[in-house]
Ligand binder design. Structure first.
Ligand SMILES: [Zn+2]
Length: 325
């Protein structure tokens, strides 16, 4: 099965740039760029999450230092090269990369539009170099500043002439954090006025209502994780009837605790109920893993080879990238 999976051509619809770059490169950049590592953070241990965390906050510990790099455009280029090398080794031929952009601006003392142009330029270069089609999804973090961040990012996007490389918006972060109500309206506005697609991390911390909120108030085209969907028949029906694809990340879901050690993964319910989904890897380097391992984990859960064999067609159907076939 491992060999068969390795040979399969793949698309990756849910992966964070910082969770895809190799751990050795991250360590090297943190040391070379003399980043101020928080007290008690062990670079040899805390960049990896290979056993289930008690909560999402604990799982997110590596981001305490991932936010401290890159400190130049050249270093960003190395991070992106490392990400594409990983994708190439897994036979991934198209990718939607996620990044929250603003920390790059703050870290390098540059404007958000310059930070966005760095990312676009380096993804352009790597996409050609590795022959992998690629788009950027801009991630907004939940919380009080989310509307301001989204407004600033959209200004930068417009200032750069609405580059094709930017394909969508994502909302991420702890779902227990409340965000101002206007945030949903701002996401919908970006979709209507700029044609950007929307994906929302929702239902990862146990609440199916967050999935309904993502669909109704954010007009989500896809849902990240959505593991809580099975708790609500109405939400399952909504996902199926509106053809909203769930980005299932089997290994991540175990490590964040979204799916408990003794529970079966809700993807089996998605199959039963006809809820559309694709398999993705989320933060493979943090998991000391790769997307092939996620395919394998899905197979262990479901023993469904037919779905694995049709996975590429699903990824092509639900990707935000244009011209993939
Ligand atoms: Zn994610």
């Amino acid at each position: 099965m491992q060999k068969l999976i390795k040979k399969m051509q793949k698309g990756e619809l849910h992966v964070h740039l910082n969770g895809l770059a190799s751990t050795s490169l991250v360590q090297k950049l943190l040391i070379e760029e003399k980043a101020e590592i928080p007290a008690g953070f062990n670079l040899n241990v805390d960049l990896l999450r290979t056993s289930p965390s008690t909560d999402l906050e604990t799982y997110l510990k590596p981001w305490q230092v991932l936010r401290l790099i890159p400190r130049s455009k050249a270093a960003l280029g190395l991070v992106i090269d490392s990400a594409f090398e990983n994708l190439q080794s897994q036979n991934v031929t198209f990718v939607e990369l996620r990044n929250s952009v603003i920390y790059i601006a703050l870290l390098n003392n540059i404007t958000i539009s310059t930070a966005l142009s760095w990312l676009i330029h380096e993804i352009d270069r790597a996409s050609d170099k590795y022959s992998i089609k690629a788009g950027l999804i801009i991630t907004i973090s939940r919380g009080d500043y989310a509307p301001d961040h989204l407004r600033s990012l959209m200004e930068a996007y417009v200032q750069l002439g609405r580059p094709d490389r930017v394909i969508g918006l994502d909302l991420a972060g702890n779902e227990d954090t409340t965000s101002p109500v206007e945030l949903g309206q701002l996401f919908r506005k970006a979709k209507e006025e700029q044609g950007l697609k929307i994906t929302i991390h929702a239902g990862e911390t146990g609440n199916p209502e967050n999935i309904r909120d993502a669909i109704i108030n954010f007009d989500a085209d896809r849902i990240g994780h959505g593991t809580a969907a099975y708790k609500s028949l109405a939400v399952m029906d909504m996902l199926r009837d509106r053809d909203i694809c769930v980005e299932v990340c089997p290994i991540s879901n175990r490590l964040t605790g979204a799916v408990g050690a003794h529970e079966s993964h809700p993807v089996s319910e998605f199959i039963k109920m006809g809820v559309p989904f694709v398999i993705c890897s989320d933060n493979p380097s943090i998991h000391d893993s790769n997307i092939n391992e996620d395919y394998l984990e899905f197979y262990r859960e479901t023993h469904n080879i037919d779905i694995l064999e049709s996975m590429l067609n699903r990824q092509i159907k639900y990707t935000f990238l244009r011209g993939i076939n």
